[in-house]
Design a protein around this ligand. Structure first.
Ligand SMILES: Nc1nc2c(ncn2[C@@H]2O[C@@H]3COP(=O)(O)O[C@H]4[C@@H](O)[C@H](n5cnc6c(=O)[nH]c(N)nc65)O[C@@H]4COP(=O)(O)O[C@H]3[C@H]2O)c(=O)[nH]1
Length: 856
């Protein structure tokens, strides 16, 4: 220590040394005492627990004690002369400089804190007490290190302030409750606002005394359950706030000790919005689930994970559609692939590949094998979800739905079948036949082989259908289809064109092979169910290539040949010939001409008297059609009536005849020629035509003639074509007041019992019986029989075709009431008939046959 005394440049304590000398000079202390005292002060100074530093006005260190040098961590020798502020951390320097400036300016002691950075850059908090001395030329500093406890106290204070801040500003409600008593110690503002209570209404009260908090513990006893818990979590607690709002809160209770007593901290979070959203989500999820569970589609979702497939969702409908339950799909995610029908797998794989490749695909229809082994058709629609990972896009999910379309598919197949087949016989229909025959002909052309087309029509089918009912007709058609199948090879085509028309196409068959097949069909016949009747066919045959190169030509020619076979009496087959073609051509030409004639009013009616054999006067007359041909002159019905009937034109002609006759009768009546009546011939087809009754009624209405002046002549064949229907129409005509007669009576096979049911007025004996009546006993017997039937049934009898006096005499002798024939008069045009009516001709006295024969 002695070395330090007097070293004024190093310590800066010269003033103390000089004052000690003064004391020594005063004589009160001995020199040694003085030295000892000085040493004591010096030691006290050097080793004082406080660092003492003297700075000049510029802040440069002028003296420092040892404690100061230690505290500053720098050798004392190198401290003197250094700037004090430089010893401190950079951040402390500016405030420190300001501090000294203020100090010198105020010339009053002051203090501040600063961070000292030592050589190792460790920071130390120092408290600096500063006193300006010597009129501001020196500053004395005392440096005190701030202790750990001070720091801890400070930190605690800061921390407390921080936590208080958190507590106060928290956006959750926080409440501190004394675990022992249940008394509320503290609440934060958020909780007060949430509950609608003030601090003093909560703090100091028992938990169960605050109504909204009774949801936590409604009584002391309930609190007893809580008080020992250290942790509790409830995320669905409902509180009713002061203003009556029901809020859902999540409560986390944490128990911990402060000093010796336990407190419960309750964090209360308002989760009403979240809960409502969750509830809404749950509800909507539930709704979605219900919808998905109840819709007809099976909804599925699978996830792809590093090459693996995982089932995410399979709606319950999968059980119905595939037979497998959702659980089975969850267990085996590849189940769906194994159930795809073997034949459809490639198609499904291609479909999935294109979906995976990002192409737009329509839903795929494919088959699956149901768990029960049945085959089902499904409509499979799906979409993929992709995810991007490390610049790689991968497929993460496949979502889709499956609809069972088995019924639709069957219906489609059915519709397809029905579109291509005849539903009754299941044979290919017209359009399919067309397609098939085109194929057949293409091959035949390449292979230079023959093809035969058989056009088959069932004899008398219409009558069978009409008289025995459609069921019998249908069964007959089915049996024909079967028989045709039996008579042909599997490579041949059997088709139904419609009605009773069938077509058979025979591959590689010439005339002889085709004849064999046609004969087989004709000989087989078609038994009519429930009867002993065998129904027969008429077959027309055309051959490729000689009779036609295409389907239509072959069909047309086979049809012509069939017509001929039918005309020949049916139960036969006929090959197409060019002669037949000519005949058919003529027929078609005649048909065309008839059509033209109808349109151009070329038909005329002639009238032939019917003579009352008792008086010789008109009993009635018969209207007979003629064609006034512009080139050929007057054409008789035998040349056109059959063609008109076959082509259906006769119906239109009849619709012209009936009103024409009615108008003529009215005209005669208007001319004062008396009550004249006339008969018209009716074809079977027109009698059954839907316009028939309407035509009659309209004609009567239009002309106003008495209905009994119109007589309808029906042949036995007409009546027998559809007895039930014809009988109905006859009754209707009779009800209108018309006269009905059976024409050509005796040529058909009407039974007497049947005749009794017919509402007829007259029987007309066919002229074939009259012709040789004097010489032919059989004819005479028939005519006698008819006359006697008529008498017994009170029907008038008229004989037609009376050509001479002897026939007339015979008939008169047998009691025939009326007669018609050339002997009396040929059919004559209207003017001539008008003249006959006017002269009130007596045909018995003045038969005009011969004379008129010359005239017409
Ligand atoms: N050899 C001979 N013939 C006689 C004698 N008396 C009358 N005739 C003819 O015998 C036919 C009687 O008519 P039909 O048997 O109904 O036979 C009719 C009838 O089936 C049909 N026909 C005529 N006009 C019509 C008509 O307006 N409608 C319908 N649907 N058929 C008609 O044409 C057939 C032929 O008619 P037409 O040529 O006018 O021939 C008439 C008539 O001229 C006779 O003494 N000797």
């Amino acid at each position: 220590m002695s070395g330090a005394v007097g070293t004024k440049s190093r310590t800066g304590i010269r003033s103390e040394n000089s004052s000690s000398k003064k004391v020594a000079r005063s004589g009160r202390l001995s020199r040694n005492e003085l030295v000892a005292e000085l040493k004591l002060y010096a030691d006290l100074y050097e080793h004082a627990p406080i660092a003492h530093i003297t700075l000049d006005r510029f802040g440069v260190i002028r003296a420092v004690n040892l404690t100061g040098a230690r505290m500053l961590g720098v050798e004392r020798d190198s401290l003197v002369g250094r700037s004090f502020a430089d010893l401190f951390s950079e951040s402390s320097r500016p405030p420190l400089s300001e501090f000294f400036e203020r100090l010198l300016a105020s010339n009053q002691s002051s203090s501040c804190n600063a961070l000292l950075s030592d050589a190792g850059n460790a920071l130390q908090q120092l408290r600096i007490e500063a006193i300006p001395c010597r009129d501001g030329s020196e500053i004395r500093l005392a440096l005190i290190g701030i202790t750990e406890s001070e720091r801890a106290a400070k930190a605690l204070q800061i921390s407390e302030a921080r936590y208080r801040g958190l507590f106060e500003a928290a956006k959750d409600g926080i409440m501190i409750v004394d675990a022992g008593t249940g008394e509320i110690h503290d609440v934060n503002p958020f909780l007060m606002e949430l509950l609608g209570y003030q601090r003093d209404e909560l703090v100091g009260h028992m938990l169960w005394e605050v109504p909204p908090l009774t949801a936590l513990a409604a009584s002391e006893a309930e609190f007893a359950v809580l008080q020992h818990r250290d942790y509790l979590h409830n995320d669905d607690l409902r509180l009713v706030t002061r203003d009556g709002r029901s809020v859902v809160v999540e409560v986390v209770l944490t128990g911990y000790r402060i000093d010796r007593s336990k407190v419960l901290q309750l964090n209360i979070r308002d989760i009403t919005v979240r809960k409502n959203a969750e509830d809404a989500l749950l509800k909507s999820e539930e709704q979605c689930r219900t919808i998905v569970s109840n819709i007809n589609e099976y909804v599925y979702s699978v996830r792809f994970e590093e090459g693996d497939i995982k089932s995410i969702y399979h709606s319950p409908k999968c059980l119905d559609i595939t037979g497998y339950s959702p659980e089975e799909y969850y267990r085996d995610p590849l189940l769906w692939f194994t159930m795809i029908h073997e034949e459809d797998r490639n198609q499904v794989v291609q479909f999935l590949n294109s979906i995976f490749a990002g192409e737009d695909q329509d839903p795929i229809r494919h088959r699956i094998v149901h768990k029960d082994g049945s085959i089902r058709w499904i409509l499979n629609n799906c979409a993929v979800q992709r995810t991007r990972k490390a610049n790689r896009v991968t497929i993460s999910r496949l979502d889709g739905f499956i609809l069972d379309i088995t019924d639709i598919k069957r219906a489609e197949e059915n519709i397809f079948f029905l579109a291509h087949h005849d539903p009754l016989t299941k044979l290919p229909n017209r359009s399919t036949l067309y397609a098939r025959i085109e194929d057949v002909l293409r091959v035949a052309q390449k292979t230079r082989t023959s093809v035969a087309l058989l056009f088959l029509d069932i004899d008398g089918f219409k009558q069978i259908n009409d008289s025995m009912g459609h069921d019998v007709g249908d069964r007959l058609l089915q049996s024909v289809a079967r028989k045709l199948g039996d008579c042909t090879r599997s490579c041949d085509v059997v088709a139904r064109l419609g009605g009773d028309e069938f077509v058979v196409v025979l591959w590689d068959c010439g005339v002889s092979e085709t004849s064999v097949v046609a004969e087989k069909i004709v000989n087989a016949g078609f038994p009519l169910q429930g009867t002993n009747v065998i129904v027969t066919p008429s077959i027309g045959i055309s051959l490729y290539p000689e009779d036609g190169k295409d389907y239509l030509a072959l069909l047309k020619h086979a049809d012509i040949a069939m017509y001929h076979a039918k005309k020949g009496g049916g139960n036969n087959f006929q090959f197409f010939t060019h002669k037949l073609n000519e005949m058919a051509t003529q027929r078609f030409e005649l048909e065309a001409e008839l059509r033209h004639a109808l349109e151009h009013d070329e038909f005329v009616l002639h009238y032939q008297p019917k003579v009352d054999l008792a008086t010789g006067h008109f009993s009635s007359m018969e209207a007979l059609i003629r064609w006034q041909h512009p080139v050929h002159g007057l054409v008789m019905p035998e040349h056109f009536i059959q063609t008109a009937e076959d082509s259906g034109l006769l119906n239109q002609i009849s619709k012209w005849i009936i009103p024409t006759v009615c108008r003529q009768l009215r005209q005669w009546q208007q001319q004062g020629l008396g009550q004249v009546s006339a008969a018209v011939n009716l074809s079977a087809s027109f009698f059954q035509h839907r316009d028939f009754e309407e035509t009659i009624e309209a004609s009567l209405l239009e002309t106003g003639i008495p209905p009994e002046s119109l007589e309808l002549e029906l042949t036995e064949a007409t009546i027998m074509s559809d007895p039930q229907r014809v009988l109905g129409s006859m009754a209707a005509m009779k009800a209108l007041g018309l006269q009905l007669s059976i024409d050509d009576f005796g040529t058909g096979y009407s039974s007497l019992s049947y005749l009794k049911k017919l509402p007829v007025d007259k029987l007309k004996i066919d002229q074939s019986f009259i012709r040789n009546i004097a010489r032919d006993n059989d004819n005479a017997a028939v005519v006698r029989a008819v006359i006697s039937i008529g008498r017994s049934m009170q029907l008038r009898v008229i004989a037609e075709g009376v050509e001479n006096a002897s026939q007339l005499a015979w008939l008169q002798a047998e009691g025939s009431e009326e007669a018609q024939g050339y002997y009396f008069s040929r059919p004559v045009p209207v003017q001539k008939m008008t003249a006959l009516l006017r002269e009130k001709a007596n045909f018995l006295h003045n038969p005009r046959g011969r004379v008129q024969a010359k005239q017409f």
